[in-house]
Design a protein around this ligand. Sequence first.
Ligand SMILES: Nc1ncnc2c1ncn2[C@@H]1O[C@H](COP(=O)(O)OP(=O)(O)OP(=O)(O)O)[C@@H](O)[C@H]1O
Ligand SMILES: [Mg+2]
Length: 277
Amino acid sequence: MPRIALATESRFDPVPAKLAIKDLSKAFGGRAGVTAIDNLSLEVRAGEFVSIVGPSGCGKSSLIRIVAGLDAEFEGDVHLAHANPGRLLTAMVFQEQSNFPWMTVRENVSYGLRMIGRLDAEGRKRVTEYIAKVGLARFENAYPHQLSGGMRQRASVARAFAADPEILLMDEPFGALDEQNKVLLHDELIRIWEETRKTVLFITHSIDEALVLSDRVVVMSARPGRIKDAFEVPFERPRSVMAVKADPRYGQLFKRVWDALRDEVLRTRCGEERGGE
Ligand SMILES: Nc1ncnc2c1ncn2[C@@H]1O[C@H](COP(=O)(O)OP(=O)(O)OP(=O)(O)O)[C@@H](O)[C@H]1O
Ligand SMILES: [Mg+2]
């Protein structure tokens, strides 16, 4: 039976984890359907920024949707440590359309705190702070359609951090952005994360993005997705995008991650050429 357990301490000691996933499997469409995830286990420590890279269709979004509580149909255990019950458990940033189109930037960024009744004077101050942190102070009364793609993603990041959840979940939040906007947003995300040290699970196609942002990069196999390998990211904090890319260890680590990922990407392509399963 699938189970999402909420407790103040991990049941998967000895490593205390903020998020512990054990033997997770996910199938779509019953017996004749698609197995998206197969026996995946992963732990994320409190205050850790973990990125998952994997080939297209390997089950990354399926995984993060389960962790976010958006999909309850799975096998295995997903355990989220809810240290402060007054807080939202998770906040999610999607690749696109994370904002409500009928709400202004300010209303969007306020949304999480309003949901849990924390939009008091302190909550409103927090909202103002995060809007400023992502450089949208002049646009707080604008609607999403009045913003550029990069500005919309800034608003989404502000919304997620302002909600102050136990765990922040991001599914390719910058995938649709151009290179320059990405670098700026990466630097902003690094800065905000280093101030808050939130537990983050971040999905991306980009090894570069994963290395720049994370403490640990996890490689998923081709579908059915499971964990193939994991790499600690050694770059000191505080970090900046350019300092990381100029570090000689960056190229070496990039190659190690790519070596792990390459076969999985090729397996995915072969599967597609054969017409799937
Ligand atoms: N609602 C659904 N119904 C049926 N199959 C689905 C559904 N959602 C996902 N799948 C299948 O599950 C597998 C994993 O999909 P998922 O969206 O998790 O992949 P992903 O790793 O996020 O891919 P991408 O990198 O392209 O976003 C795919 O084969 C997909 O076709
Ligand atoms: Mg996806």
